[in-house]
Design a protein around this ligand. Structure first.
Ligand SMILES: NC(=O)c1ccc[n+]([C@@H]2O[C@H](COP(=O)([O-])OP(=O)(O)OC[C@H]3O[C@@H](n4cnc5c(N)ncnc54)[C@H](OP(=O)(O)O)[C@@H]3O)[C@@H](O)[C@H]2O)c1
Length: 294
């Protein structure tokens, strides 16, 4: 496997393309200096970098990007809007992020969570105003694409009432043990042309072990054309088969190679995808944002 292997892409509703696997600087890397690990990820071909203002490591992400020596246009850089500090505009926080990231634009700018932008006497209007600011950032070229994260159907409906740009993506916790909880949301995305980005996609492997997906994975391994694929690779292929971007992370070079190698594995068959769907259905496990999401 060469780091020159290119990650496949999905077409977004604004005509741009998004690499279907991302390496993130949240969770385990939250508030860490990610300079070296970012350069390592890029060296290993993971060029879609999922950052966020709230991860408090955008400056070291920027340093890692600079140290990698890889041209800006070969990377896909994402950041997410945190709760707005008093007196600051969305644009000002984005400009600050760009400075830390040492780039002129991000490829994708997301509202991290709707709950952080529903303040004031009319929460819906506040959220709509924040989206308008993202639309302006896109129009001004500070972000090539714009989207949201952790939005439920009602949040999207509120936003779309006044939006002139439909979000390109919604980044949500998505894995086999959230199929029931996200069914309506997934359908809504299809109707509106919004791509799902999944975080927490490897949950069945280590956050909720001993569930029915374990046996489904073992069975798939007896039929799957990709010899010696790992459980993690099969779960990423399962997301890709659904047209979902896999946002994962690791600090280990061996796992970076494993993630990139997913690109050259054969697709899962419809039966193999269905086996994981059936194993996960009827189960429920959420790790993130449990205070606000069902
Ligand atoms: N929008 C949001 O609200 C939100 C929320 C959460 C996350 N995110 C984004 O999504 C990214 C990925 O998040 P995630 O942590 O949820 O991703 P994940 O893909 O579910 O898990 C990645 C973690 O799994 C570990 N791992 C991988 N394979 C494993 C295995 N076979 N056995 C045990 N552990 C294994 C890795 O540890 P090692 O380092 O040891 O390999 C890594 O810490 C974050 O960095 C962030 O960018 C966004």
């Amino acid at each position: 496997m060469s780091a020159l292997t290119k990650i496949g892409t999905f077409l977004l509703n604004d005509g741009t393309r998004i690499p279907r696997t991302a390496w993130g600087t949240g969770t385990a890397l939250y508030k860490q200096d990610v300079t070296n690990v970012t350069a390592l990820a890029i060296k290993n071909g993971l060029t879609h970098l999922d950052g966020a203002q709230v991860y408090a490591n955008e400056d070291s992400l920027g340093a890692g990007i600079a140290n990698s020596g890889v041209p800006r246009e070969s990377l896909y850089i994402v950041t997410k809007l945190a709760a707005l500090p008093a007196g600051q505009t969305v644009r000002e926080t984005l400009v600050e992020s760009l400075k830390k990231l040492r780039v002129d634009y991000v490829d994708l700018f997301l509202i991290h969570s709707p709950t952080q932008h529903r303040g004031g006497s009319d929460g819906k209007k506040t959220l709509q105003g924040v989206w308008k600011a993202l639309e302006e950032a896109k129009a001004d070229g500070l972000a090539k694409s714009i989207g949201v994260s952790n939005f439920m159907v009602q949040d999207l409906e509120d936003l779309l009432e006044t939006a002139t740009v439909v979000p390109s993506v919604n980044q949500i916790e998505f894995h086999a043990y959230l199929l029931d909880a996200t069914r309506e949301l997934v359908e809504y995305h299809k109707k509106k042309g919004i791509i799902i980005e999944s975080y927490g996609g490897l949950t069945p492997l280590f956050r909720k072990t001993g569930g029915p997906v374990d046996a489904a994975l073992q069975k798939i391994k007896t039929t799957y054309a990709g010899d010696s694929a790992t459980d993690g690779q099969i779960l990423i292929k399962w997301l890709h088969a659904k047209g979902i971007v896999a946002v994962t992370t690791t600090s280990k070079e061996s796992r970076m190679k494993e993630i990139l190698a997913t690109e050259t594995l054969p697709e899962l068959t419809a039966e193999e995808v269905k086996a994981i769907d059936e194993a996960g259905s009827g189960q429920h496990h959420r790790t993130f944002w449990t205070n606000v999401l069902p």
